[in-house]
Design a protein around this ligand. Structure first.
Ligand code: PHE
Length: 476
């Protein structure tokens, strides 16, 4: 069956694609600002524990389910567990559609910033906060862009088109080929900027904030943010890795591949922090202050451009342009995996033509993203949702998706233990990894997938829901 669906050429192709899915805006946009608002090093520790204890087992489970069934997310659950479990796959596919809808908007911002910094006058404009709020509200007014044709509608449309072009080419020629170019490029840019950032004045105080933990910063919100971030960053809980796993050949080693993917993703998040905090502390030094705000989504869109402008017109353009190109690459390798999930579903289950499905879904998801796009101030009702503690629509969709990921991960463990049976998981993992059956890893997975993950993910998911709708400060 897998032959006419397409598959990855081999282990490297799969690992690069899955790591590409994982490495994205989550690592470069979200991780540093969450670390910034959750005490730096403490957040890093919580995050690493979540990856090791909860995410790695879930990742192995997802890849194994996909490869065992050889189908899309919903088809895989139905095939291994009956039609009712297929709904769990559907739940993930729908979550993926909504993630892509808002993700593509933010990716469009990154693309717009890349153009504005490389070719426009953003760096000499001065007021970066004002620029950002005007920018995100500039939905369709090509003339207002300081001579740069385009607006958010165009930026995010172009991003969606790029995603669709790649996915339409199929697994090897599209997804694998794109990742083989973008992933190495991403590492090169990231490491170059870090090396440069570390040479700037006051860089070491940024490193210290990031790496020396202050345990008094540890709060419940730190734990919940760390968990949500780990699931989102590793693309877990919604079937992306079931889908990619379904294109993996039987003789490939799943636990080993999952370990490399987890390490690759975590290292990029870690490195993104190592890039951002020295830059922020350099800015504090330049401005003579010690409280540049690092919390919240604007970190890379407001604080970083200000830093690039401090570097002078030529160097700033170059470093800033490279940075936003890096963000675009990271985002694109993730958007293609997000689009592939519903595409695979319609191709496998409904036997539809791949290209038709790709363009149809891309158009639909682009339209679904429009409310998020206009929720940044342009439409006040969407900017301050009354039923959602006054937050904006984009944050609402993002939060609902976060919740569905941890819930999805929890239910996947229940599926493996109660329906598919852990013995079948073992059999799938032994294929490609003969030493698995006598390994410590086997015991570790039985313990985590059987007990730790479903229980902790269940409890923490409920806490996340309460946090979002009621506010933890009102409960604990
Ligand atoms: N992991 C991606 C990131 O960190 C986002 C993503 C989530 C991609 C879920 C696919 C599925 O940006």
């Amino acid at each position: 069956m897998s032959d006419n669906r397409g598959n990855f050429s081999g282990r490297i192709g799969f690992i690069l694609a899955a790591a590409g899915s994982a490495v994205g805006l989550g690592n470069i946009w979200r991780f540093p600002y969450l670390a910034g608002q959750n005490g730096g090093a403490v957040f890093l520790i919580v995050y690493l524990i979540c990856v090791f204890l909860l995410c790695y087992p879930v990742m192995i489970g997802e890849i194994a389910i996909g490869r065992a069934a050889g189908l899309d997310a919903s088809g895989s659950y139905s095939k291994l567990g009956g039609k009712r479990w297929g709904y769990l796959g559907m739940f993930g596919i729908i979550a993926g559609i909504f993630i892509l809808s808002f993700y593509n908007v933010v990716a469009g911002w990154a693309f717009g910033y890349f153009l504005h910094i490389s070719f426009g006058s953003l760096l000499s404009d001065g007021d970066f906060g004002a620029f950002f709020s005007t920018f995100v509200n500039d939905i369709f007014d090509p003339t207002s862009m300081q001579g740069l044709a385009g607006s958010n509608l165009i930026f995010s449309l172009l991003f969606m088109v790029a995603t669709a072009v790649i996915v339409a080419q199929g697994i090897q020629k599209g997804i694998e080929a794109a990742n083989k170019i973008m992933m190495p490029a991403l590492y090169v840019i990231l490491i170059s900027i870090i090396v440069y950032a570390l040479t700037l004045p006051n860089a070491m105080s940024g490193v210290e904030f990031y790496l020396v933990p202050d345990m008094s910063e540890l709060k419940w919100t730190t734990v919940l943010d760390g968990l949500k971030q780990a699931f989102f960053s590793l693309s877990l809980g919604m079937g992306a890795l079931i889908t990619y796993g379904s294109y993996l050949k039987k003789h490939e080693n799943i636990p080993g591949s999952a370990a490399i993917i987890s390490v690759a993703d975590t290292s990029v998040a870690f490195l993104a922090g190592l890039m951002v905090f020295p830059l922020v502390h350099f800015l504090q030094f330049k401005l003579g202050v010690d409280n540049v705000a690092t919390a919240g989504p604007p970190l890379i869109f407001i604080v970083l451009p200000q830093i690039f402008s401090e570097m002078g017109p030529i160097l700033g353009r170059f470093v800033g342009g490279s940075f936003f190109l890096l963000v675009c690459f990271a985002a694109l390798t993730s958007t293609i995996s997000l689009l592939e999930v519903p595409v695979a579903y319609l191709v496998d289950s409904k036997k539809m033509n791949r290209k038709t499905v790709v363009w149809g879904l891309a158009a639909l998801i682009f339209v679904l993203g429009l409310p998020s796009m206009v929720s940044q101030g342009m439409i006040p009702a969407l900017n301050k949702l009354t039923f959602y503690r006054g937050q904006d629509f984009l944050s609402f969709v993002a939060d609902m998706c976060d919740i569905s990921l941890t819930v999805g991960g929890c239910l996947m463990c229940v599926f493996i233990v109660k329906q598919w049976r852990i013995g079948n998981l073992d059999a799938e993992l032994t294929s490609g990894s003969p030493t698995y059956s006598t390994s410590f890893l086997k015991k570790y997975l039985h313990f985590t997938i059987g007990y730790v993950c479903p229980i902790l993910l269940g409890v923490l998911s409920i806490m996340v829901i309460l946090e979002k709708f009621i506010g933890l400060e009102n409960i604990l």
